[in-house]
Design a protein around this ligand. Structure first.
Ligand SMILES: NC(=O)N[C@@H](CC(=O)O)C(=O)O
Ligand SMILES: [Zn+2]
Ligand SMILES: [Zn+2]
Length: 449
């Protein structure tokens, strides 16, 4: 008989997705930050294992009452803004927002001030994340110094300092030789190159995509080729160098065609898509409101359909938020002058659940995998599965809870979202990192019997 007398957390009556995607009513026992056991709910009523209820006085107990418990969600593309832009977000506020969205592991982009292009800044980010003590924060480092595209950073030193991959997110690497050199170096170190795909010469001064919205307002739009040209160039360079090449925030049919082709001939390419590019098109933009301005921009309904299909057929591997907080003052500058970006952590799961699972297009299992075990697989993380022995990073999600998106309730400092006022279901209510509640802690009870 198992001895469960040193359990730290006992989650009762959880709905857990099994390997074959079915929901099973389970209890989860956590000890020393790890999943000790996953048992059919009700197991303790007949067994001597009742000792669990008596021996550990510090044990936290949470009755999930049938709520979904998933592996903690993983977001491989986020902006935490620290150092340098603390008025937009800090590592602490960003990590809190992530936790509130059910995320337990997030990978942050290097377009900070200074740019995370040196070992000291990588260490600073890791130090602040440790201080915040909320979710796991994995830093990316820049490909080029100051993300200027002129000179490569010191990949070896950055890896040594704890960077998990290289990217100039925020801008595209314009020079093909520079990108090829980066890929060659990264490949030698066994590190991925993560690319924001954008050809500057095609987008100068533009802020919405080429489509109905641009037409209606008589403005020139960002063409799809501005993204796809880099994807095409880079899959060729990835083929030549053998690097793991990952495409950021895919938004066009043309990019998808190229990724599909590259995958079909065995190029080591993976890709991500954001919730907003699956749910909104340029035709939904209500007017000159900068909360609808992000990079890449919202594209045509045809691109939206292509992105959804690409995620479904595996051409796109994972979901990411591209959480990009900006201050209200910055966004008030209007469509033309405001910075690109929208916040994403806290609406991601409810939005995707409401739009795709409730509407019957995806299974719950499909959605959860794209946010957990698939990002872990793509980036080689030891995370993303709820199983005995795994670190107890967990999200508790109330699929029945319906709420109106209200940015004033966000934990992020950002209020820049196009989803204000939407009625969504499937809200995270508690998040645990290594068995410790980092969001919704008040839902647990201590046992002192
Ligand atoms: N996505 C955005 O619209 N903005 C990002 C940059 C980026 O992801 O390219 C930001 O840093 O604000
Ligand atoms: Zn980007
Ligand atoms: Zn980004």
């Amino acid at each position: 008989m198992m001895n469960y007398s040193n359990v730290d957390v006992w989650i009762q009556n959880a709905s857990v997705l099994s390997e074959d995607g079915q929901l099973q009513r389970s209890d989860i026992l956590i000890q020393d930050g790890k999943v000790l056991a996953i048992l059919s709910s009700g197991w303790y009523q007949s067994a001597d294992d009742r000792m669990i209820e008596n021996e550990n006085e510090a044990m936290l107990v949470y009755d999930a009452q049938g709520k979904l418990v998933t592996p903690g969600l993983i977001d491989m593309h986020v902006h935490l803004r620290e150092p340098g832009f603390e008025h937009k977000e800090t590592i602490e506020s960003g990590a809190r927002s992530a936790a509130q969205g059910g995320f337990t592991t997030i990978a942050c982009m290097p377009n900070t001030k200074p740019v995370t292009d040196n070992p000291e800044t990588v260490k600073l980010v890791l130090g602040k994340a440790k201080e915040a003590n909320l979710v796991n924060v994995l830093p990316y480092a820049a490909i080029t110094k100051n993300e200027l595209g002129r000179e490569l950073t010191d990949f070896e030193a950055l890896k040594e300092a704890g960077a998990i991959g290289f990217t100039d997110d925020g801008v595209g690497v314009q020079n093909a030789q520079m990108m090829k050199d980066a890929m060659t170096k990264a490949a030698a170190l066994g590190m991925p190159v993560i690319a924001h795909c954008e050809d500057d010469s095609l987008v100068k001064g533009l802020y919405v995509s080429e489509g109905e919205f641009a037409k209606k307002h008589g403005i020139k739009g960002i063409p799809n080729e501005s993204e796809a040209i880099h994807v095409g160039r880079d899959v060729l360079l990835a083929e030549a160098t053998g690097v793991h090449y990952h495409v950021c925030h895919v938004s066009t049919e043309q990019s998808i065609r190229l990724i599909r082709l590259a995958k079909s001939i065995g190029v080591n390419v993976t890709a991500e898509v954001c919730p907003h590019h699956l749910v909104l098109s340029d035709e939904d933009i209500p007017g000159m409101d900068a909360n609808w301005k992000m990079n890449p921009p919202l594209r045509t309904p045809r691109d939206v359909a292509a992105c959804i299909e690409a995620l479904e057929d595996g051409t796109i591997d994972i979901l990411v938020t591209d959480h990009a907080p900006h201050s209200a003052e910055e966004k008030a500058k209007g469509m033309l002058l405001a910075p690109f970006g929208i916040v994403g952590f806290e609406t991601a799961f409810p939005l995707l659940y409401t739009e795709f699972v409730q509407k019957g297009r995806w299974t719950l299992d499909f959605l959860v995998r794209r946010l957990t075990q698939d990002p872990a697989r793509v980036f080689g993380l030891n995370a993303g599965k709820l199983q005995v022995g795994a670190t107890a990073d967990l999200a508790v999600i109330d699929l029945e809870l319906e709420k109106i998106v209200d940015p004033d309730q966000f934990a992020t400092k950002g209020r820049n979202t196009p989803f204000t006022g939407r009625a969504l279901s499937g809200w995270p209510v508690m998040t645990l990192v290594a068995g410790r509640p980092v969001f919704g802690a008040e839902l647990t009870q201590s046992v002192n019997s």
